[in-house]
Design a protein around this ligand. Structure first.
Ligand code: NAD
Length: 293
């Protein structure tokens, strides 16, 4: 069996997988590979899959599988797996770090000091304690975030059409209501035809004044033009995002130049600990695959 590591995984992974066969990161061997390990860089399109006639299994190290053409994979008899559990803590910690950074003006405090200014009077902080957080989606990552937010004294609500209960957090009947009633909203849902531009002009214009929106889910779930208008008008006080329409986004992507944004280059899953957990999940998936064959 040939296992092709296409993207960046833990450096110890090849050794861990050697018991299953040959492990390589030589992309010239895509045509021979039985198993391909990808993260977000590789786009496993129908065209890409055509170049891999031997492929039986694609493992996406991470959660979202929107970079894999799953219809083509099914037609080609290729199984698709992700590593759904590994990334919860890493992404939740980044979402929470962004949520803390905004009301504490961490970036402005540092930048003004570095520029030789003493902005003590201008930098008025607010606290997370007592504020209402709404999560869009209440899956693995949102639950990790909710626990951290509750520990900080936040009142956590969620909107998720596919989940009825997630005690002790209260379900909000609709997305518009979540945006209208929360101080902070954090996005934790997959990119699907249904969720693309879910956060649009209508949702944002009805949002609570001065809301903070954190997005560590997928960039395209937010209509960027509508978000820029909401940032310019002050309706949204800050849009903190780790996720983009592509990695990296095009130079003219409007969020890049908008006011009151906090940006990260898609590093939600990129912790050392998470790469190790992803490696463990990959090993378990291949082990089960080999035993089944
Ligand atoms: P999950 O599958 O555990 O949870 C996703 C939740 O979204 C589910 O509960 C689902 O019911 C809900 N959902 C689906 N459609 C919805 C809709 N229209 N409205 C509201 N909720 C909806 O996934 P997870 O592990 O929590 O990850 C969530 C997303 O985070 C992933 O799909 C991925 O896009 C993103 N992610 C980003 C990074 C990063 O590096 N920033 C890393 C991992 C995952």
């Amino acid at each position: 069996m040939l296992i092709l590591i296409c993207d960046a995984f833990d450096p110890g992974l090849p050794e861990k997988l050697a018991r299953f066969g040959e492990v390589t990161n030589d992309m010239n061997r895509l045509g021979e590979a039985d198993v391909a390990l990808i993260r977000s860089k590789t786009k496993a399109t129908a065209e890409w899959q055509k170049q891999a006639p031997n492929l039986k299994l694609i493992i996406r190290g991470g959660v979202g599988t929107d970079n894999i053409d799953k219809v083509a994979a099914k037609e080609n008899g290729i199984r698709v797996h992700n590593t759904p559990k590994a990334s919860g803590i890493a992404v939740a910690e980044l979402a929470f770090a962004m949520m803390i950074a905004v009301p504490n003006h961490i970036i402005e405090a540092h930048n003004t000091m570095a520029a030789g200014e003493w902005a003590k009077k201008q930098l008025k902080r607010t606290e997370l304690c007592g504020k209402k957080l709404g999560t869009v989606g209440i899956g693995n990552i949102a639950r990790e975030l909710a626990g951290r937010a509750a520990a900080f004294g936040m009142d956590v609500h969620f909107y998720d059409p596919y989940v009825d209960h997630c005690r002790p957090y209260e379900k909000c009947a609709g997305l518009a209501e979540l945006f209208a009633t929360c101080d902070y909203v954090s996005m934790h849902l997959p990119l699907t035809p249904e969720t693309e531009h879910l956060i649009d002009e209508e949702i944002l214009s009805g949002a609570r004044d001065g809301i903070v929106v954190v997005n560590t889910g997928r960039g395209k779930t937010v209509d960027a033009d509508a978000m820029v208008r909401a940032l310019e008008s002050g309706k949204v006080a800050c849009y903190a995002t780790d996720v983009w329409p592509s990695d990296p986004p095009p130079d003219d992507y409007p969020i890049l130049k908008a006011p009151n944004v906090l940006m990260a280059p898609h590093i939600g899953a990129s912790t050392r600990e998470n790469l190790l957990r992803i490696g463990d999940e990959v090993e378990q998936i291949i082990d089960a695959f080999v035993k089944e064959a």
